[in-house]
Write a protein that binds this ligand. Sequence first.
Ligand SMILES: [Zn+2]
Length: 98
Amino acid sequence: MLLIDCPYCGKRPEIEFSYGGEAHVARPADPQALSDDAWAAYLYLRSNPKGRHAERWRHTHGCARFFNAVRDTVSDFFVTTYKVGETPPAEAWPRAAE
Ligand SMILES: [Zn+2]
């Protein structure tokens, strides 16, 4: 069974969690100034990377709190989890080829 490390409770079975979409999607400062296309892009367009992805998760059947995670979409491996408002650790992202 896959264990997910809730930053508030520790490692728990995956069945206790719900996926909440892409993390770090910032609401536009002035939505009234956006065109309809730009507003639709904010509402509906999300990245769909092959590899590491910053995601929002909720510990639905535990503390019920939201948190962020960096997960590899190929292997389903959770690289790290962190609280909302924190930035992901730098080591969560692979370095560019040197
Ligand atoms: Zn929790």
